[in-house]
Ligand binder design. Structure first.
Ligand code: FES
Ligand code: FES
Length: 183
């Protein structure tokens, strides 16, 4: 008996990918790891709880969202635009990292992580949060609660979250246009 397969075509980190034949029901994290060699998305709980495995999906309306790849099959991502942790830093023509994203850089400066297993998920969550604020700036008074809500689903077993929180707050405060003027 052979396992039924289906073709998947999508865009990953700006690169057209596929069509690739994959087993029906293949979870996205396995596709990223085993078919594309993108192993930065972390398999933590495997049950949709810890959010270590999230990627970013760019939606046609210009908004972005996190999607858990351990509980979401490849079929969901068909023809979608996906960003993984490998797509955040700027790279030169040889593929070498030449600059981290502002969030990645600030996580480093704040020593936000220890083992780093949860970090790809936090980078994606914070990036989506920043992108939401670019589209819909908030009042300064809402900043702390908005960051808490944006990172809330992500579990870190090492650090206690404060350094992630402080790093994201600093990026928001240093990035023009994310907060409403004078509020
Ligand atoms: S590994 Fe996907 S939510 Fe934990
Ligand atoms: S830094 Fe180890 S789980 Fe978050």
């Amino acid at each position: 008996m052979s396992i039924p397969t289906q073709p998947i075509t999508l865009t990953v980190n700006g690169k057209a990918t596929g069509p690739v034949q994959v087993p029906e029901g293949l979870m996205m994290i396995d596709f990223l790891h085993e078919y594309l060699g993108l192993t930065g998305s972390r398999l933590g709980c495997g049950q949709g709880v810890c959010h270590a495995c999230v990627v970013i999906v760019d939606k046609p309306d210009g908004s972005s969202e996190e999607v858990r790849t351990c509980i979401t099959g490849t079929n969901f991502f068909k023809d979608k635009k996906v960003r993984t942790i490998e797509g955040h830093a700027q790279r030169n023509e040889k593929g070498e990292v030449v600059a981290l994203s502002p969030i990645q850089q600030k996580f480093l400066e704040h020593y936000s992580f220890q083992c780093g297993y949860c970090t790809p998920g936090f980078v994606n969550a914070a990036t989506v949060l920043l992108e939401n604020l670019k589209r819909q700036p908030i009042a300064r008074a809402q900043l702390e609660s908005t960051i808490t809500a944006g990172l809330n689903d992500h579990i870190c077993r090492c650090t206690g979250y404060v350094r992630y929180f402080e790093a994201v707050k600093e990026v928001v405060l240093q990035t023009p246009g994310l907060l409403k003027e004078g509020k």
